[in-house]
Design a protein around this ligand. Structure first.
Ligand code: ZN
Length: 203
């Protein structure tokens, strides 16, 4: 399986990192080895001094497809969860400066945290999914799917022009503002519509 991550999909997050709004969705991949086994802590890797959390809504692809017309995108995902796209921000800044790909800043082991629970999309109001991240019981990120620049359906259609989507692939749909650094002993908790479905300790 593969993990496709969308960048710059929320205006307030684009502003906080001084990035520009993209004319087309920006995406990158994480390898399947980035997925943290459930219940394991996240270990800060030794190659970074500035690991950031990014809470994101994730879509689980339920059907193989390529060049999917946007009006049929909804047939290609059923389940929605949350993820944390851990990012070595210092490494990423260096990559950006050099014009290099971001993968080593984004795809390292443990960089994809996946919620314990996924919701069937029929149980959610897709344009109004509330989600938040708490760090040590303080809210640090607060988002709503209504704030996304590119919708779930558009993203599925767009990405499938380049890559065949397969059952089990995950799409991280971008993060709202409030990204920040983690330190040893922090605890991160992700909530979707006020239900806690993700929890990870930093080591
Ligand atoms: Zn992200």
């Amino acid at each position: 399986m593969k993990i496709i991550c969308i960048g710059r999909n929320y205006h307030d997050h684009i502003k906080e990192l001084n990035n520009k709004v993209e004319k087309e969705p920006l995406f990158f991949l994480k390898p399947d080895t980035a997925i943290q086994p459930k219940g394991h802590p996240f270990f800060i890797p030794d190659f970074s001094k500035n690991i950031h959390y990014e809470i994101e809504i994730i879509l689980k692809i339920c059907k193989n497809g390529k060049k999917i017309n946007e009006q049929f995108s909804h047939k290609y995902y059923n389940e929605i969860g949350l993820g944390i796209d851990f990012t070595a921000r210092d490494v990423q800044d260096k990559c950006k400066e050099l014009g290099h790909p971001w993968e080593k800043a984004k795809g390292f082991d443990g960089s994809a945290q996946i919620s314990n629970k996924f919701f069937h999309k029929s149980n959610l109001e897709l344009n109004n999914i509330k989600f938040r991240l708490e760090k040590n019981k303080t809210i640090v990120q607060n988002g709503n799917s209504s704030q996304m620049i590119y919708s779930f359906d558009y993203l599925i259609s767009y990405v499938s022009n380049f890559y065949t989507l397969r059952t089990g692939d995950l799409i991280f749909t971008g993060t709202p503002s409030g990204v920040g650094e983690v330190k040893i002993n922090d605890k991160l908790e992700g909530f979707l519509n006020d239900e806690k479905i993700l929890s990870v300790k930093i080591k």
